[in-house]
Design a protein around this ligand. Sequence first.
Ligand code: PMM
Length: 300
Amino acid sequence: MGILNVTPDSFSDGGRYAETGRAVEQGLRLAEQGADLVDVGGESTRPGAQPVPVEAELARVVPVVRELVRAEVAVSVDTMHAAVARAAIEAGACLVNDVSGGLADPAMAAVVAEAGVPYVAMHWRAPSREMDRHAVYGDVVGDVVGDVTSELLRRVEALTAAGIDPGRVIIDPGIGFAKRATHDWELLAHLPALRATGFPVLVGASRKRFIGAALSDRAGIDSVPGDRDAATAAVSALAAAAGAFCVRVHDVRSSLHAVCVAAAWAGDRRISAPESVVRSRCRKAPHESRQAPNASASLR
Ligand code: PMM
C-alpha cells in the first residue's frame, strides 16, 4: 500500500502533494512502482495534529481518488470520517482505512457495511493532539501486545455487530499511535499473535519516529524521515515473514523488493493465503495486476 497524503502537514510528505495535480502524479508513480493500493488521505494524524473540517478533507481527497480510479489505480481512502469514506467510495475507492477503527465517527460502520468494501480497523485510543498521553499499557513486558489485541478484537466485535462483514476486516496494531518506541517494537516482534486472531494484519511503520530513534547518531540525534526508507524496507521484509498481509509505505519500490526477498526466502512454504496479493505482485509486471483487493476473497 503506497501512502499518498494530500495534506499540508503530514510528518514526512506534508505539503509535497497538497495540490490535486501533484497528488495524482505521485499516486500514478506509486502504482507504477508496484503498489497494489494507493492510500489517499486528507487529514494528518501525526502526534499533535489538529483536526481538519470534513469539507476541507473532502475537497482534498475526492478529486484525487476520482482521477486515480479513472487511471485504473486501486485506491483506498485513509479517513476517520463516514462522509469522506462515503464520497471516496462513490468516487471509486475500494477499501476504507480508518485509523480510529470506527471510534472517531459512529456513522462509519454503517457506511462501510452498506458499501461492502474491505475495512482496515487500526488500534487507536485518542485523537492525534492527545494520543501521546494514552501510551500507557500494563506494566509487564508484553502487555502492550495483549492490550492492543484485546482492544482491537473489541472494536471488531462492535463493527461486525453494526453490519460490517468480518470476512472483510483487516486489523492494524497502529504503530506510533498512542505508543512509545518500545511498544512499537514489541508489537512488531509479536505480529504472529495478531495473525492468530484470524484477521489479515496491516503494518504501517513507514518512516515513523521509532525507526528514526533506532537509527540515531552518536550524539543521540534521530535520523530524518527521508532517510528511513532502507530501515522501513527491513521492517517490511520482517513483517511479511511474520505473516503480515500488507505494509503501508512511502517508498514502494524498496519495500516491494524487501517483501519479494521475504517471499523468496520462505520458498512459498510459509506464505499462506493472506499474502496472495503480494505473491502475485512479485511474479507479475506492475501493469498486470492492478485489481482491487477483496479481504474475503483474495486476502483470506
Ligand atoms: N499511519 C498513518 C496514517 N494512516 N493507516 C494505517 N492503517 N496504519 C498506520 O499505521 C497509519 C495509517 C500516519 O502516517 P503517515 O503520516 O505517514 O500517513
